[in-house]
Design a protein around this ligand. Sequence first.
Ligand code: GTP
Ligand code: MG
Length: 419
Amino acid sequence: NSLSISPTTTVQSPLQIFVRAKKRINDIFGEVEIYIGDASKFFHALPQDSDLTSQEEVAVVDGHGEKIKGIREVLARDHMKVAFFGRTSNGKSTVINSMLRERILPSGIGHTTNCFIQVEGSENGESYLICEDSDERKNVKSVSQLAHSLCTDSLGDSSLVRVYWPTDKCPLLRDDVVLVDSPGIDVSPNLDSWIDRHCLDADVFVLVANSESTLMLTEKNFFFKVSARLSKPNVFVLNNRWDASANEPEYLEEVRKQHLLRTVDFLVDELKVCATRTEAEQRVFFVSAKEVLQARINEFKGVPINTGMVADGFHSRYFEFQDFERKFEECISKSAVRTKFDHHTKRGKAIVSDTRNVMEALLERASAKKATKGQSRREVLDHLDFTEKQLQLVTVEMKDKICKMVEEVEHKVSKALSD
Ligand code: GTP
Ligand code: MG
């Protein structure tokens, strides 16, 4: 059982909960597809003049086959999605690069990111991008090339560019996470369209704030809009550029306390996405994305992670970033399993039980026909036999499997999270 998390099996990353559940659900829908395909073949094989079934019933079963195909297509594209927002230059692109352990997205001083950029794993090990308005794959070999490709005025700030990146250096991409970078929320009047187009299917939102100032009204207002559209979004707040605190150690604790207080007030009392202050405190981090990115690039090159000038407190900021990543991974995989697979499972159950009803009705009609006409013709018996076999396959087994699986996934998720 690929989902089992026994005491002897250690779950390397909480993201694996999603990855394994996805595989398992896909396998189950693969079986359902075969059963419904068989049921459909059976209906089509019935003699046209047998008055055992109607055209409507055949259409219903065929329709279910199409729906299952559709669910499998959506399932294959299902991923865990995290969207980053914040004012311009707070370090959104740098945070994403740090999490990906590579300088992928352009970042810099001034207003850099001018449209939505979604980074996801590429299946073939190549790096390329696809703009919203065409299917053309444009090769991308470097950040500067990517920055250049994104520098066209034709892209509006709500438009989306998908960047496909090799997964070998980026564990997050390998585990089906997609990361969405956005332009600064203070430079766009199109926030409603942003939410409609990019936020409704996000599992986690990360607000990248600037710890050198304080949480701003534009940032708060954006999240009020998000939470009006989504019930209880998962929000993390990164107080970025915390390396600046090294310059003023005498105020460090005081400033940290003040930021934490305000952010927790925002999450609990204003946005109401956290039930308690303790829960909210687990969502707020003080980090320096720039330092983490540099350290990880050094680590990849095999040089010590803190070569060169390192500001005081580097290690604790680095650990706090890792702590953020761990809590983020737990949250996103739990949320994605619930929201994405629960929906598929409900639809799958409805389709299976509807197919069962159609087949049961057929069975009843066939039995009645046999009784009234006293027929013992081999043909009818054959049909009955076949119908019963189909029923057994399509109904009890599949329904139980799907129900059990959802329970299992939920159980494992909560167990993994409480461990
Ligand atoms: P836009 O795309 O313009 O909205 O900005 P952004 O939020 O994506 O910011 P970006 O990542 O481009 O970073 C802006 C500048 O801040 C860059 O020069 C980064 O190197 C720098 N920066 C990012 N994070 C940190 C940090 O933690 N500490 C310091 N000191 N600088 C940082
Ligand atoms: Mg940016």
